[in-house]
Write a protein that binds this ligand. Structure first.
Ligand code: AMP
Ligand code: ZN
Length: 486
């Protein structure tokens, strides 16, 4: 697979560091509010990446943090802790807020078919890990203590801006308009590793440390949690594009200074979901949630389908009209699958491989999900039997996660029930005593039942004879009919 690496700004052939495992880390949510569907675009695409790695035969260990402390309202270590802000808004404790929104996040993930990472670690669980890293950074001269806080000294690095060739002024987050500059910083991009002095004396969660009672900065969380569960190297680190700077840039600075070697090989960033008026964010007023989509009658998986139709490295514009189109297309796709006959013959292995090859080459080209969806549609038109088509689409859906097989099966069942109800056969069950279903026998028994209802007894007897001719004996029971091979 060729996967774009933000650090090299190139698509590179993916080769994991260790043959037996792919180590993958994802920046998790800050649990002070519901996730918006923009955040979830990032998690959907990261889920597709994980599932495709597994589909390709890799063993994956994926770790995600839950940010429940230290993420301030500005990424440049300014402002109030977001968790405290959420707690005040809802008159609850920080831990109550964290628990509630962590559960809400995983509920949304479940509805969107986003697999739970192998390890999910709240930031407040790993304070000792951050203290260990910061202590070494202090000892080695990469960090300094000033005005009550510990800062990382970015001037100690040969190359700080990893993801872009911008000059320092273009990335002037530390001195953003309206943000008070922190005069303790020696360099404007220095960032806090440990706070003991904050403008907000009511910070809820604090821990003892060699530098005084306080709390960790946001960036150190991801380095600490990743190293705790994945060791000293990483294959892939993911997040939304807004995380590239300063968050991921700072993660690299502190991790590599601590370790003394390269830390992570691939940096994968998902571009934003925008509204027609700009980036969707929690700070800019109203934001869309999975709950809202459901209230408006959308299947959350239509939103997943909408995301898959475009490439993760292109910004995606959300409009209700776009979502309507995705919902319709998704519904039609399920109906087309439901119209295929699952048992119309053996699977043609050669045809199946051909269909899967098209899917693989789309996904191998930097996870081109929109081409992969085209490969899925093309499978419907392929010159092969239905069983092969369904098999191919079922395999593709292990990665795309649209629950197509399950939904098509449900639709087939519903259609069968509706047909039974229309022919007066509602509640009529057919039980194969030998255990194996047979669609032809079921159909004949249903026809016989319909004939009996219509008082066409000669017709009903003829069907019984026909079945006997096929070597099948039937017994009427109160709920329907039983049958077995004679
Ligand atoms: P947060 O909960 O704010 O820490 O963000 C969780 C994830 O969502 C991070 O990976 C962000 O980079 C990502 N994210 C934030 N806004 C958007 C957006 N509008 N579109 C896509 N991803 C986003
Ligand atoms: Zn992170």
């Amino acid at each position: 697979m060729y996967l774009y690496n933000s650090a090299s700004r190139k698509k590179e052939l993916f080769v994991p560091n260790h043959p037996d495992i792919v180590k993958m880390y994802t920046c998790g949510p800050t649990v002070y509010h519901f996730a918006h569907i923009g955040n979830l675009r990032s998690y959907i695409m990261e889920d597709v990446l994980e599932k495709y790695l597994r589909f390709s035969g890799y063993n994956v260990k994926r770790v995600m943090n839950i940010t429940d402390v230290g993420h301030l309202t500005s990424d440049a270590d300014e402002g109030e802790d977001k968790m405290l802000k959420g707690a005040k808004r809802e008159h609850k404790s920080v831990m109550e807020i964290a628990q509630f929104y962590t559960n809400a996040f995983f509920d949304d993930c479940r509805k969107l078919n986003i697999k739970r990472p192998d390890v999910v670690e709240p930031a407040t669980n790993c304070i000792e890990d951050y203290i260990r890293i910061i202590t070494k950074l202090m000892d080695d001269g990469y960090a300094y203590f000033a005005g009550g806080n510990v800062y990382f000294d970015t001037s100690k690095l040969e190359r700080y801006y990893v993801f872009n060739d911008f000059n320092a002024d273009d990335l002037d987050v530390g001195v953003r308009e309206g943000v008070e500059e922190d005069t303790n910083k020696r360099n404007k991009n220095d960032f806090v590793l440990w706070f003991t002095k904050s403008k907000f004396e009511d910070q809820a969660l604090k821990w003892d440390s060699p530098w005084g009672t306080g709390y960790p900065g946001w960036h150190i969380e991801c380095s600490g949690i990743s190293m705790k569960h994945l060791g000293e190297d990483l294959d892939i680190h993911c997040g939304g594009i807004d995380n590239a700077f300063p968050h991921h840039t700072n993660e690299i600075a502190q991790s590599e200074s601590y370790l003394g070697h390269k830390w992570c090989n691939w940096w994968v960033h998902v571009l934003h979901l925008n509204t027609t008026s700009g980036k969707m964010s929690k700070s800019s007023g109203e934001f869309l949630t999975v709950k809202l989509l459901e209230e408006k009658g959308y299947d959350p998986l239509s939103y997943r389908f909408f995301c898959l139709q475009s490439h993760y490295r292109k910004a995606l514009v959300f409009t209700w009209e776009n979502l309507d189109n995705a919902q319709k297309a998704y519904g039609k796709l399920v109906s087309r699958l439901a119209g295929l006959k699952p048992d119309d013959g053996p699977v043609d292995e050669a045809a199946l491989e051909q269909l899967l090859d098209r899917f693989r080459s789309a996904m191998d080209a930097d996870l081109n999900t929109s081409l992969a969806v085209t490969a899925l549609y093309d499978s419907l038109k392929a010159q092969t039997n239905d069983a092969t088509k369904l098999n191919a689409i079922g395999e593709m859906d292990k990665v795309l996660g649209l629950e197509l097989t399950e939904k098509a099966e449900l639709k087939r069942e519903e259609a069968k029930k509706a047909a039974q109800a229309a022919s007066g056969n509602a509640g009529f069950t057919v039980i194969p005593e030998d255990g194996t279903e047979d669609a032809t026998v079921t159909e004949l028994l249903e026809m016989r039942q319909a004939a009996k209802k219509a008082k066409q007894y000669a017709q009903a007897d003829a069907i019984r004879e026909q079945l006997r001719g096929m070597g099948i004996e039937i017994t009427d029971i109160p709920s329907g009919a039983k049958w077995k091979h004679i």
